[in-house]
Design a protein around this ligand. Structure first.
Ligand code: IPE
Ligand code: IPE
Ligand code: MG
Length: 245
């Protein structure tokens, strides 16, 4: 029985979020430039998107570039931005054909204009795709997002649009950039680090975490199925006892 066949399709994570880490170390281990690792990382994205569609996962969020990543050497940042534009241009037609609709979260105002335009046009082109919502976290960090939400909530309270006493957990979720997506059920991090690196802090309150040593460029369809199977072996109790579930 293949890993795919072992998946229980009635108990799928409806939203998987991935911290795609390890491109640089993948390249270094092969005596290559870090940029080669990022390039190979794009192929991994392609594989994982196809595997997500095949399993009928509805939302996939990929952490592509964090606000902290702006502190990397300019050369690496420029290379990554060029790669994003190139990958969008190359993949948009296939994404559309496969029923993938693109969305993005993050501080897009910090992106070079050509990257922002490429992303916005891909979002427009793929609108309405029904098989998978692919959310790209670009220039994203959770603390940035929560700070922005707090500013907007405060602004609305001052304007009288919102009453302070009406602010609930749901209100906060609605002011986050992820408001239209369900919270992730499964958070995967490749590359061996066991940390969250400022990603979806609020939204992952009850996500199941899955860490793997595999560097992102080596992450395969099978690796995704393995993570889903691991997820399905867990009991999500949400504070309750096992007997209550
Ligand atoms: C993840 O791989 C991609 C980005 C953060 C853009 P890294 O570039 O962080 O690779 P490592 O962690 O140095 O191996
Ligand atoms: C996290 O990877 C961000 C992305 C994958 C986009 P990093 O490689 O930047 O994470 P840290 O800084 O090592 O935690
Ligand atoms: Mg890293």
């Amino acid at each position: 029985m293949s890993l795919f066949e072992k998946i229980d399709h009635r108990r799928l994570p409806s939203h998987i979020a991935i911290i795609m880490d390890g491109n640089g170390r993948w390249a270094k281990a092969r005596g290559l430039e870090r940029a080669e690792g990022h390039r190979e990382g794009v192929s991994a994205i392609r594989r994982v998107v196809e595997a997500a569609i095949r399993t009928s996962v509805k939302t996939l969020t990929l952490y592509a570039f964090s606000t902290e990543n702006w502190y990397r050497p300019t050369e690496e940042i420029d290379g990554l931005m060029d790669l994003i534009v190139y990958a969008i241009a190359k993949e948009t037609a296939d994404l559309k054909k496969n029923g993938v609709s693109i969305a993005s979260i993050g501080d897009l105002s910090r992106l070079p204009v050509n990257v922002r335009e490429a992303l916005e046009s891909c979002i427009r082109e793929t609108e309405g795709g029904r098989n998978l919502k692919l959310v790209i976290a670009l220039s994203y960090s959770s603390k940035w997002e929560i700070t922005e939400a707090t500013r907007r909530i405060t602004g609305d309270v001052i304007k009288g649009v919102l009453k302070a006493e009406d602010i609930s957990e749901d209100t906060i979720s609605r002011y986050l950039t992820t408001s239209e997506f369900p919270d992730p059920d499964l958070l995967i991090r490749t590359g061996g680090e066991q940390r969250i690196s400022n990603f979806l802090l609020w939204q992952c309150a009850y996500a199941e975490f899955y860490f793997t040593e595999t560097f992102w460029p080596d992450f395969s369809e099978e690796a995704l199925y393995k993570a889903i199977l691991d997820y399905q072996s867990r009991e999500r109790r949400y504070g309750k006892t096992s007997e209550q579930i």
